[in-house]
Design a protein around this ligand. Structure first.
Ligand code: NAD
Ligand SMILES: O=C[C@H](O)CS(=O)(=O)O
Length: 496
């Protein structure tokens, strides 16, 4: 094991308090939430386990800051966001270590996520000065009409644990660019990265009350968010997480007709046609599937390989999967870190057991890895299953782990139908050498994101989001501000 320290050079970036207005606070109740290292179960730190009173205080602060922030020139908002981007990049190493400590991903991935998060901040620093309205040719000689874009108001941001930096940056940056203010609640497993990012935002000059962040346990998360859902000053919910929670938030937002954007669960198909470059398809699947140990919403969850190339593909894939090194983030040679928690690894075990009980065969892996020196850690061996069928749990639910389930197919129309036979529609991937097939299949797949002969799609310039039960709204791209703004129509009469 080539050990590396996950200690930060700037220890004060391990911020253990919540921020409301310009007050770093331990919370209005003396309750604490323990943050543990998934690599060994050790305690990283404690943060406040906030409640309803903290949630309301956050909205009070965000509302109080809104008029001044929305009234600032767009270039001033852009300058603050640019400085935030710069300080995030300057602290890439510390933030990467913090991500790896609380989320478990290997340090190289943690460092990479920091730059990914910063790319959204930089993108929206640029977009902030482009929120143009329109002067519209008037249908009336005595009237002039135009439209302007305005910030919606206070935005509630609720984020998951798998990308603790990128997911919250992908929401706070456009909110601030649009002139909104924010109340944020990061995932209970990974609050420290979000707290550090907000601390850096404060250092970059984000005014008091523009960003407010509270942390809460899984048991108390609903209590915090329910306050925001019921408060009519909160004009938008931006959520990334599971589909069941997303549906709940959408239902509860209806009472005050909040704008809602939902980046939810996936069940991505990965299709390898007979005319594909098999080596490229294997590498594409490795990149897409094993990023963050398979714990991403766009990970391929069902792999369909044409029967003519199935055995050759599986043999190459199994060799690559079997060679992946599993270990703690503190080992620089680790390629697959621990799963986020015990609940996650038990779901993966359940999926593998269910698949085998229905006839799937394990080609490589298939078992939990227990490390004597870290009995509480939740490691799972990189796994390839073949002979997967639609009725298996691993075909119906996202496994969210390092397990590849492979099925054969015969023709294009059959495999597209199978790929679409899911309530989800976030990402899909396919490999082919046929330009005509590229258009047919890309148009036929029911999803928001398509990888064509490519496995890694993340990009701040691209519109990220899904359809069906993977949610709605788009993050990043020139569309990323739309959900944080409203369009106002102005009509001036008496011109003639
Ligand atoms: N589409 C995307 O961009 C995207 C990105 C990352 C993760 N995800 C999805 O998120 C899931 C994994 O993340 P997770 O386990 O953190 O999801 P989760 O839905 O359990 O939790 C997400 C956030 O919601 C909060 N939350 C949980 N229950 C709540 C409730 N009743 N009321 C209010 N807030 C509540 C959590 O504290 C957390 O902050 C997977 O389904 C994954 O596909 C989607
Ligand atoms: O897990 C969800 C992330 O949004 C995936 S990505 O890093 O944006 O591709």
């Amino acid at each position: 094991m080539s050990l590396i320290s996950l200690a930060l050079s700037r220890g004060d970036l391990v911020e253990t308090r919540n921020l409301i207005a310009d007050n770093w606070t331990g919370g209005l109740e003396p309750r604490q939430l323990a943050v543990t290292d998934p690599s060994d179960g050790g305690l990283v730190s404690n943060v406040p386990d906030a409640g309803a009173a903290d949630a309301k205080a956050a909205v009070d602060a965000a509302q109080a800051a809104f008029n001044a922030w929305r009234g600032a020139p767009a270039r001033d908002r852009a300058a603050v966001l640019k400085r935030w981007n710069d300080v995030i990049v300057a602290h890439q190493d510390d933030l990467g270590r913090l991500i790896s400590r609380e989320q478990g991903k290997p340090l190289a991935e943690g460092r990479g996520e920091v730059l990914y998060a910063a790319s959204y901040v930089e993108w929206f620093a640029e977009q902030a000065t482009r929120t143009n309205g329109e002067v519209i040719p008037s249908p009336f000689s005595n009237k002039r009409i135009l439209s302007v874009r305005e910030p919606v108001g206070v935005v509630a941001v609720i984020t998951p644990w798998n990308f603790p930096a990128a997911m919250i940056a992908r929401k706070i940056a456009p909110a601030l660019a649009a002139g909104c203010t924010v109340v944020a609640k990061p995932a209970e497993d990974t609050p420290l990265t979000a707290l550090a990012l907000v601390k850096l935002a404060q250092e970059a000059g984000v005014p008091p009350g523009v960003i407010n962040i509270v942390t809460a346990s899984r048991e108390r998360a609903a209590g915090v968010v329910d306050v925001w859902l019921a408060d009519d000053r909160v004009r938008k919910i931006s959520f990334t997480g599971s589909t069941p929670v997303g549906k709940h938030l959408a239902r509860q937002s209806a009472s005050t007709l909040k704008k809602v954007s939902l980046e939810l669960g996936g069940n991505a198909p990965f299709i390898v046609f007979a005319d594909a470059d098999i080596d490229a398809a294997v590498e594409g699947l490795m990149a897409a599937k094993f990023r963050n140990g398979g714990q991403t919403c766009v990970c391929p969850n069902r792999v369909y390989v044409h029967e003519l190339v199935h055995d050759a593909f599986v043999a190459k894939l199994a060799a690559r999967v079997g060679a992946l090194k599993v270990g703690p983030a503190s080992d620089s040679t680790s390629q697959i870190g621990p799963m986020i928690n015990e609940r996650a690894v038990q779901k993966i075990e359940r999926h593998v057991r269910d698949a085998v009980s229905q006839g799937a065969r394990i080609v490589v892996g298939g078992e939990r890895i227990r490390k004597p020196d870290s009995p509480q850690a939740a490691y799972f061996s990189p796994t390839v299953l073949v002979d997967a069928t639609p009725s298996m749990a691993c075909s119906c639910e996202e496994t969210f782990g390092p397990v590849v389930a492979v099925a054969r197919f015969r023709d294009e129309s059959e495999v597209v139908a199978r790929a679409n036979a899911t309530p989800f529609g976030l990402a899909a991937y396919f490999y082919t050498d046929s330009p005509a097939r590229i258009w047919r299949v890309a148009e036929a797949l029911e999803c928001g994101i398509v990888g064509i002969n490519e496995g890694v799609l993340a990009a701040e310039a691209a519109p990220f989001g899904g359809v069906k039960e993977s949610g709605y709204g788009r993050e990043g791209s020139v569309h990323g501000l739309d959900d944080y703004q409203q369009i106002k129509y102005l009509c001036q009469g008496g011109v003639r």
